[in-house]
Structures are given as structure tokens and as C-alpha cells.
Design a protein around this ligand. Structure first.
Ligand code: ATP
Length: 257
């Protein structure tokens, strides 16, 4: 054991699982509409050239997550919460700064890249393998995944024939079947009827107990308070607060009142 590890052990501190170091993420968008046309004209752009606009979705966010943390991520619409989750999962690249993570953080709901022409059954196998399970593990969890998705005999049909809700439920079921060291749950991705949501919530709780670290993005302050110990408030792409969940949620609630 090295000196710093010995010091950590003595202090009872846990290991960092995710380090977000001064992360900046931009999106390039092409503007249309009256205002954009007026602005474009003012710049006397050559015809045929569309005006591109840069959206600074994250502006220098830094934080460290530790083993055992369950972190509620709050902030108004468009503040950058989903972008932060996508960046931690490695799905969006920072233009500046970096993310260091222990293993591959899993963003629940979207990591499984499924194929429309294949049946739900084949996609369960594919998705499971993509999440790092062995064929045997996929076979062992197959029934559980299909039951969880609750799509019945449609599991034999090509996924292209599914409604968007059915597809999302199956993707969620596949992603939720694996355990992850760092789990990112964006509630915007949680779908389905009341019964499915209830199944998802209790599965998220189980996964949280199994995972090292969980991030949960939600607009429900009740869910955040119930599920998380630490809170992070993202405001206009910046980290406005980071601390005990009750403090952060109370401060956020005051600001929106
Ligand atoms: N793919 C994209 N292309 C262009 N702009 C994007 C894209 N995704 C997000 N944005 C912009 O980046 C900013 C942050 O968006 P983000 O989805 O991270 O916010 P959020 O806090 O998760 O919002 P919400 O609570 O509404 O889900 C917003 O201004 C949004 O319009």
C-alpha cells in the first residue's frame, strides 16, 4: 500500500471513480428562420452558405465522484445535464478538458445499439454482448430481460415493427440487466407506463446498490432526495453547487420559485 492509499484508508475515504476536469462541450448547429436569415444577410454571407452557431453546453465543469456516491443531477431545461452524462459515458467529446473514469460508465437506455431488421430476441443477444456479457451470461439473463421489457410475443418480430415505446423498453431492459461500476441514469430516457416505470425504478435502486457510483438526472426533486446522497446543480453549463443532496436541492428549488 502506498502512502496516499494508506492515508485514504486511515481517513476512511473511498476511491475516485469519475474525474471530470474542466470539461467544455460545444454543439455546432445550423440556424434557420427569420432571425437567422436577417443575421446572415447582415454578414453578407455568400449564397448557399448556412449560418452555423455554437452552443456552449458545458463551460468548464469539474467534479470528482467516489465509490458509493449516488449523485442527483438537477438544473433547468437545457442547462447541460444530459450533455454531462453523455460526456461521462464517452458519447460526447469535450472541446477542452477531460473525463477520467474507472471502467466504462454506462448510460442507461442508450448504450445498446440495436438493429431494426433483427428480431427483439437477436437484439437482446447483440445488446448483451455489446455490454460486455458473455454468451452464457446473456443466455442466463434472457428470460429476465424479456420479462422486464414486457413486450410479450413481439420479441420474435423485427425491432423495426416496434413502437418507439416498445423499443425503448427493450433497450432499457437490456442495459439494466448488466451491472456497471459507474451507472448514469437520465430520467429523460425512462419510458413506459406506470407499471414499467415502477419496475425501472426498483431496478435502478438495485443497480445503485451493486454499482460503485450512480448519477441520476431527474426533474423530480422527490426522486432525487429519495435516491441520492449528493447533489449537483448544473446551471447554464456551469457547476453551480455540489454538496449534500438536501442542501443542493433546497438551493435549486429556491432559485426556481
Ligand atoms: N445534439 C445537440 N445538438 C445541438 N444542441 C444540443 C444538442 N444536445 C443538446 N443541445 C443544446 O445544449 C444545451 C444543453 O442541453 P442538455 O440536453 O444537455 O440539457 P439538459 O439540462 O439535459 O436539458 P433537459 O432538462 O431539458 O433534458 C441546450 O442548449 C441544448 O439545446
Amino acid at each position: 500500500m502506498g502512502a496516499s492509499e494508506a492515508a485514504s484508508a486511515a481517513l476512511g475515504t473511498s476511491r475516485p471513480t469519475v474525474i471530470v476536469d474542466d470539461v467544455h462541450v460545444d454543439y455546432q448547429v445550423y440556424a434557420t428562420g427569420k432571425r437567422a436569415r436577417t443575421e446572415t444577410r447582415a454578414l453578407r454571407r455568400p449564397t448557399g452558405m448556412r449560418e452555423s452557431r455554437t452552443i456552449h453546453a458545458l463551460r468548464g465543469v469539474s467534479l470528482t465522484a467516489y465509490e458509493g456516491d449516488s449523485i442527483g443531477v438537477v438544473g433547468h431545461n437545457g442547462s447541460g445535464k444530459s450533455t454531462l452524462m453523455r460526456t461521462i459515458a464517452g458519447l460526447s467529446a469535450p472541446v477542452r478538458g477531460a473525463v477520467y473514469a474507472d471502467g466504462q460508465p454506462a448510460l442507461l437506455g442508450v448504450n445498446a445499439a440495436l438493429i431494426g431488421d433483427l428480431s427483439g430476441e437477436r437484439n437482446v443477444v447483440l445488446g448483451g454482448l455489446a455490454l460486455g456479457m458473455s454468451r452464457e451470461e446473456v443466455a442466463a439473463r434472457y428470460d429476465e430481460i424479456v420479462d422486464f421489457a414486457g413486450i410479450g410475443s413481439a420479441i420474435d418480430l423485427p425491432m423495426a415493427t416496434y413502437s418507439s415505446g416498445m423499443g425503448a423498453r427493450l433497450r432499457f431492459a437490456i442495459a439494466a440487466s448488466a451491472t456497471h461500476r459507474v451507472l448514469l441514469v437520465d430520467e429523460a430516457l425512462a419510458v413506459g407506463d406506470a407499471a414499467f416505470r415502477q419496475r425501472s425504478e426498483s431496478r435502478i435502486k438495485e443497480l445503485r446498490d451493486e454499482a460503485g457510483t450512480v448519477f441520476l438526472v431527474s426533474h423530480s426533486m422527490g426522486t432525487i432526495r429519495e435516491t441520492c446522497t449528493r447533489g449537483i446543480w448544473i446551471d447554464h453549463g456551469e457547476l453551480r453547487a455540489d454538496g449534500p443532496v438536501d442542501e443542493v436541492v433546497t438551493a435549486y428549488e429556491k432559485s426556481v420559485r
